[in-house]
Design a protein around this ligand. Structure first.
Ligand code: LRH
Ligand code: MN
Length: 419
């Protein structure tokens, strides 16, 4: 669907007000020695990948309520991811999950993605569920399973994912496993971690030139007593053990409530192993709610650590930003669009932090003023900057309104229910 006519009517309707708000914010920022044009350029250059699995309606163990026009296959998913990029201008990369997105013809998929203005940046393996006809079950684990034959099967799957990813032009392989136990005594903690590491060494050895391996820690679920890669410390140890191309991936929802995730981020930056993010939000557990919807200040504080590391030119600092959300009750395209913009917003707000002033407050132990410096950035409504970056990039000023006006969802429902 060509969204252009809806972008044009959006601009006709909203550009005058945007220019006014942008001019006004520009004056405000100039008083803070901030050049709004430089800030808008940073906003336009921001990038966050979308998960292919995020455009289908997600669910919980209590049910799934599919919406109209559900993607039927990876091609529909790519088309929907293309709409998110057409609306935001900041999501040209897609993260795929294998076997959910295993392409019959990788080059055809690569071409379709390119036709939607997208590229495949990462592939995710899946040894947390059994596939039809799979010789050995992952019921009691995969890369850390006690049975060498199951581990070998899981290693082979990861190597296959890397092979598919290479054909798709990806350069990141992301590994999350559900391995763990539900009972005290069920899993020998040290032996299991050693088996996990031994399996990952074989996956690491299969990485093509220029690739990065991401390992993703998670406190619990689907195992509810112990998890093999349960926290950032264990992940850091494993990434170091594996080698220079292994990196820690931080999924915001994979921590206990009230854990200070921004400090974990600062540690992994300092230790040179922060590889990437799965942005989302949560109130209790791994709720995978929309990024910025529950704890926007935490999201800002995380991006603040990232922008600070950028300022300090921390060696090897090249984090890969991705969303990881399933969307149980919203139109996935709307949720991904808003979430991408919320991460972009936090990045732009963090870019507004007066770092010399903050450094000075920190050195002279002035907590009130230090927080005030951070809050000034967080409380600055940068919406005109985000909207102007979109408008100048030929995207809508109000993406959700433009999307709804386009009738894309109804058209997709009609097209996808026909076949
Ligand atoms: C695990 C996880 C992982 C994905 C899955 C869809 O909770 O965050 O990143 O493989 O969700
Ligand atoms: Mn994740």
């Amino acid at each position: 669907m060509d969204l252009q006519p809806f972008v044009e009517s959006d601009h006709r309707r909203l550009m005058t007000a945007l220019e006014e708000d942008y001019w006004h914010l520009g004056r405000q920022l100039a008083r803070r020695d901030v050049d709004i044009e430089a800030l808008t350029a940073r906003a336009a250059a921001f990038r966050v990948a979308v998960p292919s699995w995020g455009v289908a309606t997600g669910g919980t163990r209590f049910g799934r309520f599919a919406g109209p026009g559900e993607p039927r296959d990876v091609y529909d998913k790519i088309q929907d991811c293309g709409v998110v990029h057409a609306l935001t201008g900041v999501t040209p990369r897609v993260s795929l999950h294998i076997p959910w997105d295993r392409p019959e013809d990788p080059s055809a998929l690569r071409e379709r993605a390119a036709a939607c203005g997208l590229c495949i940046s990462a592939v995710n393996s899946n040894t947390f569920e059994d596939q039809p006809g799979q010789p050995r079950s992952y019921k009691f684990g995969s890369l850390a399973h006690t049975d060498a034959a199951v581990r070998a099967q899981a290693v082979a799957h990861n190597v296959e994912c890397i092979g598919i990813g290479s054909q798709l032009g990806a350069r990141e392989h992301s590994v999350w496993i559900g391995d763990g136990g539900n009972f005290p005594g069920q899993v020998h903690a040290r032996r299991a971690l050693e088996r996990y590491l031994e399996s990952l060494r074989q996956v690491y050895a299969a990485l093509p030139e220029g690739w990065r391996l991401f390992i993703e820690h998670k406190l619990y679920e689907p195992a509810f007593y112990s998890t093999i890669l349960n926290d950032w410390g264990t992940s850091y140890h494993c990434a170091r053990e594996l080698g220079p191309r292994a990196w820690c991936l931080v999924d915001l929802g994979h921590h206990a409530p009230n854990v200070n995730v921004e400090i974990i981020v600062a540690r992994l930056i300092q230790f040179g192993k922060l590889g990437g993010f799965h942005f989302n939000d949560s109130k209790y557990g791994d709720d995978d709610l929309d990024a910025g919807s529950i704890k926007p200040f935490q999201l800002f504080l995380i991006l603040n650590e990232l922008v600070d590391a950028e300022r300090d030119r921390v060696d090897g600092f090249e984090p890969s930003y991705m969303l990881d959300q399933p969307h149980n009750v919203t139109d996935p395209i709307e949720s991904l669009t808003v979430s991408a913009m919320e991460v972009q917003r936090a990045y732009v707000q963090a870019s507004l932090v007066d770092r010399p002033a903050l450094d000075e407050c920190q050195e002279r132990n002035d907590p009130i003023m230090a927080l005030a410096v951070l809050k000034q950035a967080f409380l600055t409504d940068v919406s005109p900057v985000l909207a102007m970056a979109r408008a100048r990039g030929g995207r809508p000023i109000d993406p959700v309104a433009a999307y709804r006006a386009s009738g894309y969802r109804a058209a997709a429902a009609a097209a996808r229910n026909e076949n």
